[in-house]
Design a protein around this ligand. Structure first.
Ligand code: SF4
Length: 392
């Protein structure tokens, strides 16, 4: 593990200059952040201020500042009108999130970013190298902490502090993008970091819209995955709305009592409820529905899981993602271990009978604190350990 960068050790550090036409913007958190906007949003923003701006003009502004990542409008081939420029400068900001720390796993190339928000809160994003050289997916957080309390998850132990706004989600991708080398690209985003994305539904869907917008992140909507641990009403809403993003339903177990012991949310919505929402997703999209299992040795790797999955969803075309648990705690401390090779082989053999595609997902950054919440937990603990008397 290599700690690459400590950009700030101080929540009050001044963000870098990112001014419109050289002026400083971004230090005033009361201004509307452009990272959460698409063309019509910016037109409406100006309209509320009594400033006329066409959608084409708004899209040129966003294309320049979001898609291309320029710090200002200077040098545009078709300059934006003076009144719009002034209103932009006075009422909006597009400061990047502050990178507090970057930790790189030298074995697999995963890079974990710890990002500091305006209020000092810390969130994590992970830059994941893809097979194609120079291409990356970014795993983003949707909340500070998480309310779901899944027993194998470090973020679950933090509890929920607050939801992220859409600009703070988009800002994670742009922060990672700012570290790319020439020729490198971000081609995908997964909402699988800290937080339950569908618990923060509007901001997550809004962020995905900005990320997939030609004037925003320019990421193919089909390369954006949103995970959920099974929030049934939001899954039905998502199905009805017909989004192109991929919803990944984390089942983790299809044995009711076991699922309840792993996921407190399973006490609110039964497996049958979740299965009903999965059926709705399939009916609305016509596509396979991706379901995920975080594999834990001796817990959910038995044939009983496969039989229960067959009974529950045998009639629905699925894609089954398997990922190993990444738990830093020892078994004595209640930690979970990944399956042994024998356990895994037995599970894969049993799954073959379902005749559904099975994908082994790599749990990256095993040599760092790459599981969601680990780096933030460590940093929060470190900062809390600095007692007031210790500060010079
Ligand atoms: S696994 Fe996801 S939903 Fe569960 S506690 Fe962790 S962040 Fe929240």
């Amino acid at each position: 593990m290599t700690a690459l960068t400590i950009v700030d050790d101080d929540a009050s550090a001044t963000p870098p200059s990112t001014g419109v036409e050289g002026a400083r913007v971004g230090t005033d958190a009361s201004k509307t952040h452009l990272f959460g906007m698409r063309g019509p949003d910016l037109v409406a923003h100006f309209g509320a201020l009594g400033v006329e701006c066409s959608e084409a003009e708004a899209r040129r502004i966003l294309g320049r500042l979001l898609s291309e990542g320029h710090e200002s409008l200077e040098g545009m081939k078709r300059p934006v009108r003076k009144g719009v420029r002034e209103a932009l400068q006075q009422s909006t900001r597009h400061a990047p999130l502050t990178i507090a720390e970057v930790v790189r796993d030298d074995v697999d190339g995963f890079e974990k970013f710890l990002l500091r928000l305006d209020d000092g809160a810390l969130v994590e994003a992970v830059k994941i190298p893809l097979e194609k050289p120079g291409h990356f997916t970014v795993c983003v957080s949707s909340q500070v902490g998480c309310a779901m309390g899944c027993v194998f998850c470090a973020t679950g132990r933090l509890g929920l502090s607050r939801h992220l706004q859409r600009f703070e989600i988009v800002g994670q991708v742009f922060a990672v993008r700012s570290t790319l080398q020439p020729g490198e690209r971000i081609t995908g985003v997964v909402f699988m970091g800290q937080g339950e994305p569908l618990h923060n539904y509007d901001e997550v869907i809004g962020a995905a819209a900005v990320l997939s917008d030609p004037c925003g992140g320019r990421i193919d909507a089909r390369n954006i995955s949103i995970s959920t641990v099974g929030l049934v009403p939001q899954m039905h809403r998502y199905a009805m709305e017909g989004h192109k993003y991929r919803l990944v339903v984390s089942l983790h177990s299809t044995v009711a009592e076991r699922r309840k012991s792993l996921l407190p949310i399973a006490r609110q919505w039964s497996l049958e409820d979740v299965a009903g929402a999965i059926r709705a997703l399939h009916q609305h999209s016509g596509d396979r529905v991706t379901v995920a299992f975080c594999l834990m040795s001796g817990v959910n790797t038995g044939v009983d899981e496969v039989e229960a999955l067959q009974r529950l969803l045998g009639d629905v075309p699925l894609r089954i993602n398997l990922i190993d648990v990444n738990d830093s705690r020892s078994v004595d401390d209640g930690g979970f271990r990944p399956p042994s090779p024998d356990e895994l082989r037995g599970l894969l053999d049993a799954l073959q009978a379902l005749k559904q595609p099975v994908v082994r997902r790599y749990s990256g950054g095993k040599n760092t604190e790459a599981a969601c919440g680990m780096l933030a937990s460590r940093r929060i603990a470190e900062e809390a350990a600095v007692a007031p008397d210790d500060v010079a």
